[in-house]
Write a protein that binds this ligand. Structure first.
Ligand SMILES: [Zn+2]
Length: 448
């Protein structure tokens, strides 16, 4: 592993501080293009809903078509740094030409959404993070607004940012696509769309080379096929639908459409996702059994999600007739409040499974507890911003103003509880190193 030349490239990163703003990222890449006009080509492949350009930079001219997109979830900026370092490596490291690739890089697929997160990009402090956090409603997420038509599900209005990616995919027919995602807490995990256990093993070993823990606790979704420790096969949207149906759950409402992997199925594209945490915790990698029953741990998470669903729903019901600003925060809240109820019901539907009748591991106890804490801060925080914009604009009616004060108080209590989490900020250079190494490993594997 240490002799791997690609890994060595990814390890050669200087210390990195925070994440660039959208304007800084764009300025950097355009400056490199200006300095290397014969090696970097630039095009604008679309416009965001608010009119910002969606950039596409191309490097190399090999037969293997690789598409990399950052900001597919605008609250996940580790990929912005990965893009900067990938471009730098492509310019400076002649070894990479052995991959015979044409690199299509979309630095940020959702500039509007990313701008609503920029307030915390400079700091690894959980208070600034949750105070400035924004995640779009699923139907407004680039990753989850591809067309979907399966059984009772129907979604056919991709946002302009998604349409820009669709047009790029149709033109390029990628061999490899990597959407640059990241997670929040715990350790590193990966998704692959193929049952490739060789690549899965290679990915599994990457975090240790950068001193980051794997996350071997509760997977993000239940029913995933495990390819190796912390490496899962990414389910297609119709497989998730069938899984919910088998559990006796109704189809998800407000869940948007299909994902990039669903759309790219037609081109036989290999897709890989590296999920990286801003904050690590040793418990994420600890498979020691605890004295707690796994079923009780899941039931407790379901209770917490339902409690959040009830709180957000109550506040929204109280303010809805009085709200006047159609903000992204408001639309996200209208989707995530019922979404927490659906998540709670999905967890409850699992409880009858006899496989849950065993001791939970340390990693499972940690992961399930942190999801509940994170979701209340994320989605309570977005509703808080929906109310705050009305107050700040001077249009908040009494119901909105008093709800804003109430939620602010609850949110501050949640934040105060964050001071005792033992979560440690991960070095950005290690996070970028893992993501970069995972991209290079996936492209090399497809190159064969
Ligand atoms: Zn994501």
């Amino acid at each position: 592993m240490t002799h791997d030349p690609l890994l060595a490239l990814a390890r050669r990163l200087p210390p990195i501080d925070g994440f660039p703003t959208i304007d800084e990222l764009r300025a950097d890449l355009l400056a490199w293009r200006d300095e290397n006009p014969d090696r970097i080509r630039h095009a604008v492949i679309g416009q965001s809903r608010l009119g910002s350009p969606i950039d596409h930079f191309t490097l190399g001219d090999g037969p293997l078509q690789v598409v990399i997109a950052g900001g597919v979830h605008p609250n996940e900026p580790i990929g912005f740094r990965t893009v900067q370092h990938l471009v730098r490596l492509l310019l400076e490291a002649p070894e990479l030409s052995a991959l015979d690739a044409t690199w299509h890089i979309v630095p940020c697929a959702d500039p509007d959404g990313a701008r609503l997160n920029e307030s915390w990009f400079g700091s690894a402090d959980r208070l600034s993070y949750f105070t400035g956090f924004y995640r779009p409603a699923p139907a407004e997420q680039v990753e989850w607004s591809f067309p979907f038509d399966y059984k009772q599900a129907w979604f056919d209005h991709p946002i302009p940012e998604t349409r820009a990616l669709m047009a790029l995919f149709d033109r390029v027919r990628p061999d490899v696509f990597v959407g640059l995602h990241n997670a929040e807490f715990g350790g590193v995990y990966f998704y692959l769309n193929e049952h490739d256990t060789t690549l899965a093993r290679e990915l599994r070993d990457l975090p240790a080379a950068f001193d980051l823990p794997l996350d071997v606790g509760e997977p993000e979704m239940d029913g995933l096929a495990r390819l190796d420790d912390a490496v899962f096969r990414a389910p297609l949207a119709r497989e998730r639908y069938d899984h919910r149906e088998a559990l006796g759950l109704p189809p998800e409402t407000r869940s948007g459409g299909a994902g990039t992997a669903d759309y790219l199925e037609r081109y036989g594209t290999t897709t890989m996702i590296a999920e990286l945490p801003y904050w690590t915790h040793p418990d994420a990698a600890d498979t020691t059994p605890t004295s707690r029953v796994y079923r009780d741990v899941i039931a407790e998470k379901a209770d917490a999600l339902e409690e959040l669903n009830v709180l957000l729903g109550r506040i929204l019901d109280a303010v809805r007739p009085a709200l006047v600003i159609d903000s992204p925060f408001r639309r996200a809240s209208e989707a995530f409040a019922p979404g927490m109820g659906e998540a709670a019901r999905a967890e409850r539907a699992r409880l009858a499974d006899p496989a849950l009748d065993r001791p939970a591991t340390v990693a499972e106890v940690f992961g399930n507890r942190e999801v509940a804490r994170t979701f209340r801060l994320r989605f309570g925080g977005i509703l808080r911003r929906a109310l705050a914009v009305e107050v700040e604009a001077g249009v908040a009616r009494e119901a909105v103003r008093s709800a804003s004060i109430e939620l602010e108080g609850i949110f501050r209590e949640w934040l105060a509880a964050e001071t005792d989490t033992d979560l440690v900020p991960a070095p950005v250079s290690a996070l970028v190193g893992v993501q970069l190494a995972a991209v290079l490993a996936t492209v090399r594997r497809r190159h064969g």
